[in-house]
Design a protein around this ligand. Structure first.
Ligand code: SPD
Length: 435
């Protein structure tokens, strides 16, 4: 429902902008994940852009919940979004397929070039690893990052049970498991779980597993997921955190930022939730701003990305979403320090002085967690095999809510047909009466 409303609001904003005679150079079309921006950041950007350039801009803001939905709109639909926010492996795919425009940082005055001022060497290095032939830093700027792990309710799930991906097929959690409807983000961790012995014996590396699209691995993951399916309460794109706070689900395969949000929200309702990155390992991910090749307003897009890198804006976006900013400025970390937490090692991100920082470990992963995580990679053509496997696994598992929607839609269509037929009949009989 939220998605439909978002879509309608986006289209309405666009129609209003066009009706008011705004030309395309005064419109910036942003396509971002839902629940992924701080309050009033968009309107503050519009005002800031006017101050900096003397030009008006109106942001038309639309959201998505699944990387592949966004990708398909650009790859197949050639939609003219000016800025979008894909994840790492999708950035890689867009780079490989020539779908991105290079960033022109020279278009920004030096004094307000926050992209360069606040860049994180750690994230820049990860970007460089995306594609050894094309430096992704020339095409994208990281926004948020985190891990994939397990949110669980300790009233029903022990720490030991949650410390392994095998919790997904633990029969104790029948109808209590929420799985993110994000095939790659589930496939990676399950494969890591299945290959844990080979990893321990150094027969394979985590990084190699992230590119493993072999039929054998796909079949092994499929069979694991089929066993887990009995536990699945829902394959969710955005309702998982709510269902956890309401204690409808007790285990949720999710991203760290959703975990921060859910843990805080649940605490207000007196429900305790925890987050763990299982011992076997997992994926570390980041989402980054890019300008697709079908963009119309490259100048405003560049300013928008830059604005998102301003320290105060990064902090507002973090506070508003639960996710951790990719901003490398120490002030951003400082804003999150809280002596209530045990110190963790963030030297990999903020340099040597940051090896003992009291910060929420769900937000910023400790070095020990990062060491057992790897970045996903684009599979190219093999992606279709994964999508097919995912559809097969979810297949007949449509939720009762889905059936209600289908029945309601069928009833509305039947009613509309009946009304049209009745009105035709009335007209015909009126016509006959006139004769
Ligand atoms: N509600 C915003 C969610 C954004 C999370 N992105 C994570 C992508 C991992 N591939």
């Amino acid at each position: 429902m939220k998605k439909t409303i978002n879509f309608i609001l986006g289209v309405a904003a666009l129609l209003v902008a066009v009706a008011c005679g705004s030309d395309r150079s005064e419109i910036l079309k942003v396509y971002n994940w839902s629940d992924y921006i701080g309050e009033d950041v968009i309107s503050d950007f519009e005002a800031w852009y006017k101050e900096q350039t003397g030009e008006s801009i109106q942001v038309v803001y639309q959201t998505f919940d699944i990387n592949e939905t966004m990708l398909s709109k650009i790859e197949k639909g050639h939609e003219d979004y000016d800025v979008v926010c894909p994840s790492d492996y999708i950035i890689e795919r867009m780079l490989n397929n020539g779908l991105l425009l290079p960033l022109d940082l020279k278009a920004l005055p030096d004094s307000i070039n926050y992209i360069e001022q606040n860049a994180s060497p750690y994230i820049q290095k990860m970007f460089r690893e995306i594609n050894p032939e094309i430096d992704a830093n020339d095409y994208s700027v990281a926004y948020m990052w985190g891990t994939t792990g397990i949110i669980y309710n300790p009233k029903y799930v022990t720490d030991e049970e949650a410390a392994t991906w095998n919790v997904m097929r633990n029969p104790k959690f029948k109808d209590k498991l929420l799985v993110k409807d994000a095939a790659r983000d589930v496939y990676g961790p399950v494969l890591i779980y299945l290959k844990q012995q080979e990893l321990k014996d150094s027969l394979v590396t985590l990084q190699e597993l992230m590119s493993d699209s072999s039929d054998e691995s796909l079949a092994a993951v499929e069979s694991f997921l089929r066993e887990a399916k009995d536990n699945v309460l829902g394959w969710e794109a955005d309702f998982g955190k709510d269902q956890m706070t309401k204690e409808l689900g007790v285990v949720s395969i999710n991203w760290s930022g959703d975990a921060v949000w859910a843990i805080e929200e649940a605490a207000e309702l007196g429900v305790e939730l925890r987050y763990v990155v299982p011992e076997e390992g997992s994926t570390v991910w980041f989402d980054g701003w890019v300008i697709p090749k079908y963009a119309h307003n490259v100048k405003a897009a560049t300013y928008f990305i830059d604005f998102m890198c301003r320290k105060d804006i990064a902090i507002r976006n973090m506070d508003g979403t639960g996710y951790v900013s990719a901003n490398g400025a120490y002030e951003v970390l400082e804003s999150q320090i809280d002596e209530e937490y045990d110190p963790i090692n963030l030297s990999y991100f903020f340099g040597e002085g940051a090896d003992s920082i009291c910060v929420n470990p769900t937000l910023y992963p400790d070095l020990a967690v990062i060491e057992r995580c790897a970045l996903e990679h684009d599979w190219g053509e093999d992606t279709d095999k994964l999508i097919e496997m995912w559809a097969r696994v979810k297949g007949d598992n449509a939720s009762s809510f889905t059936y209600v929607i289908i029945i309601a839609a069928a009833a509305i269509i039947a009613f509309a047909i009946y009304r049209a037929a009745a009105s035709r009949k009335k007209k015909a009989s009126r016509k006959a009466g006139r004769k």
